[in-house]
Design a binder for this molecule. Structure first.
Ligand code: 5GP
Length: 222
């Protein structure tokens, strides 16, 4: 059964204040659904205990990161909480060539740069349901000192101002519901005429089928 006109994949940007759960949403999309791939960012931040090099991030020295900037290998990059983070062009190119939706888990500054450079990217701002939930998530990680948690909450206040520049807002009040909302957005986006792989061919095919039906139709008048 045909479910729609074949469409170009959708570069998906998930941005949110730190601790909102967007990384969990991004990884869940890739694990649960075909055709989604995670964009592994480069960073100068040291790995946390569970993180794997090349899977969660490419963990680089500052020199190696700066070399990537100099060699114009990054689609966007930003300094976040004192560390450098960036999205290699390669991630977007490879996903496009394979017909996969690439999921970028990046900060609000990076999202703004992607909007300028990748016009067909879909930007989703993930909201926490409440400040209390944000506080709980930031402290539960157990990796940040209290000063750092306070700093991240202050950053969240500022970042929320950018929400109006996004295409969609998804509230992460419940993980499964938030994932379904993001999935539904990508599904709707794939039905935009501008994403059709070859709209002219589809229109042409339907028109000639209509011509054939008209030609072969019996005269239904009495
Ligand atoms: P964390 O250190 O907690 O993993 O990430 C800190 C922030 O940096 C998060 O908001 C995360 O989404 C963001 N980030 C991760 N990768 C990138 C990237 O490639 N570019 C930008 N601009 N931000 C990123």
């Amino acid at each position: 059964m045909m479910t729609g006109i074949p469409s170009r994949p959708c570069p998906l940007v998930l941005a949110a204040p730190s601790g909102t759960g967007k990384t969990t949403i991004a990884h869940a999309l890739v694990e649960r659904f075909a055709r989604f791939v995670f964009s592994v960012s480069a960073t100068t931040r040291p790995p946390r205990s569970q993180e794997r090099n090349g899977i969660d991030y490419d963990f680089l020295s500052r020199e190696a990161f700066e070399r990537m900037i100099d060699e114009d290998e990054l689609m966007e990059w930003a300094e976040v909480h004192g560390n450098l983070y960036g999205t290699p062009y390669r991630n977007l190119e490879e996903a496009r060539d394979r017909g996969e939706h690439v999921v970028l888990d990046i900060d609000v500054q990076g999202a703004r740069q992607i909007k300028e450079r990748v016009p067909d990217a879909v930007l989703i701002f993930v909201f926490p349901p409440s400040a209390e939930a944000l506080w709980r998530r930031l402290t539960a990680r157990g990796t940040e000192a209290l000063d750092e948690v306070r700093h991240r909450l202050e950053a969240a206040r500022r970042e929320l101002e950018e929400a109006e520049h996004f295409d969609y807002i998804v509230v992460n009040d419940d993980l499964d519901r938030a994932i379904s909302r993001v999935r539904a957005i990508v599904e709707s986006e794939s039905h935009r005429p501008s994403r059709a792989l070859d709209l002219d061919a589809e229109v042409g095919r339907l028109r000639s089928e209509i011509d054939a039906v008209v030609r072969e139709a019996p005269d239904v008048r009495a």
